[in-house]
Write a protein that binds this ligand. Structure first.
Ligand code: PLP
Length: 290
């Protein structure tokens, strides 16, 4: 924390609390460090759901390749704040209206969550073209501290992908650029690298077996933030070095990552006021404004 930050918190009027306070110069520095740690063939997107405050989006624009959004509202919001930034639209349950908005807003990528969603997209496309990633729910073991996203409503089981390929055969405007696999959350760098290695190995084989020209794989976000120990910042240098080694074995791929919390969390504070401290049955409770 910068020394002047705590002074600022104390000076905040009670009526302004609770507040999220972000150090934007610090955020700019942090995203620059992340970008510098990553190899060139890694495109960095920011997952807007982590915090889509206009000041944060504007600070990140120019240092990230683009923004990942998960709803029509988020898409409109990001478009309005950073009009020129590429947008990737992901997440299950996209409505017809949201897909139509994404097409007319010129979303750079759509992350397709199911065969149904793909079919819906083909009916809305007209003579436009759109680049898509199919989101896959690959069963992988991510270890005990991480939160696995697999096995839920996110993406498709691998066996379902062939049906999507079939649908795309008769929809030339839908261009398959690659695959999307956001499989876990809360991973430290070495576990993340093991996961990326598995994902890319699997994805390349999947594409090779089908004669598909796989150009891009998005491995999602989920870089761990240790909330109990904020100074232990996620090791981007280790991640970048490991990704460079892995990508050397995949010379034709562009890798995308879309971290959220690990980009912003270290540069902000939740500021509130302790209104009371109570003791009950051996425990102390801080009662907060909020
Ligand atoms: C939540 C989410 C992210 C960002 O996750 P973090 O843990 O905040 O990095 C990225 N991609 C998708 C698809 C998500 O749902």
């Amino acid at each position: 924390m910068r020394p002047e930050a705590s002074d600022l918190f104390v000076a905040l009027p009670d009526d302004d609390l609770p507040a999220y306070v972000y150090d934007l110069p610090d955020l700019r520095e942090h995203v620059r460090t992340i970008r510098a740690a990553l190899p060139e063939r890694v495109e960095l997107l920011y997952a807007a759901k982590a915090n889509s405050d206009p000041g944060i989006l504007r600070t990140l624009a120019g240092h990230v390749h683009g923004f990942e959004v998960a709803s029509g509202g988020e898409l409109d919001h990001v478009r309005a704040i950073v009009p020129d930034a590429p947008i990737a639209f992901g997440g299950p349950g996209k409505t017809q209206q949201e897909l139509t908005r994404a097409l007319s807003a010129g979303a750079e990528r759509l992350h397709i969550e199911s065969e149904h969603e793909l079919r819906l997209l083909t009916t809305l496309l007209g003579d436009r073209t759109v680049e898509v990633l199919l989101r896959v729910n690959l069963p992988v073991d991510v270890g005990r501290v991480a939160l696995a996203m697999g096995g839920g409503p996110f993406g498709m089981d691998p066996v379902r992908l062939d049906r999507c390929l079939k649908v795309m055969e008769s929809a030339p405007g839908v261009r398959l650029r690659g695959l999307h696999l956001h499989l876990a959350s809360g991973l430290q760098a070495q576990s993340h690298l093991r996961l990326v290695d598995k994902i890319l190995g699997w994805a390349e084989k999947w594409a090779r077996d089908r004669g598909i020209d796989l150009r891009e794989v998005n491995v999602g976000g989920g870089m761990g933030v240790d909330y109990a120990s904020p100074p232990a910042v996620f090791d981007w240098a280790a991640l970048g070095a490991g990704l460079r080694r892995i990508l050397a074995r995949h010379p034709h791929l562009t890798l995308r990552i879309e971290p959220g919390r690990s980009v912003t969390a270290y540069c902000g504070w939740y500021v509130t006021e302790v209104l009371d401290i109570k003791f009950s049955r051996g425990h102390a409770f801080a009662v907060l404004r909020g």
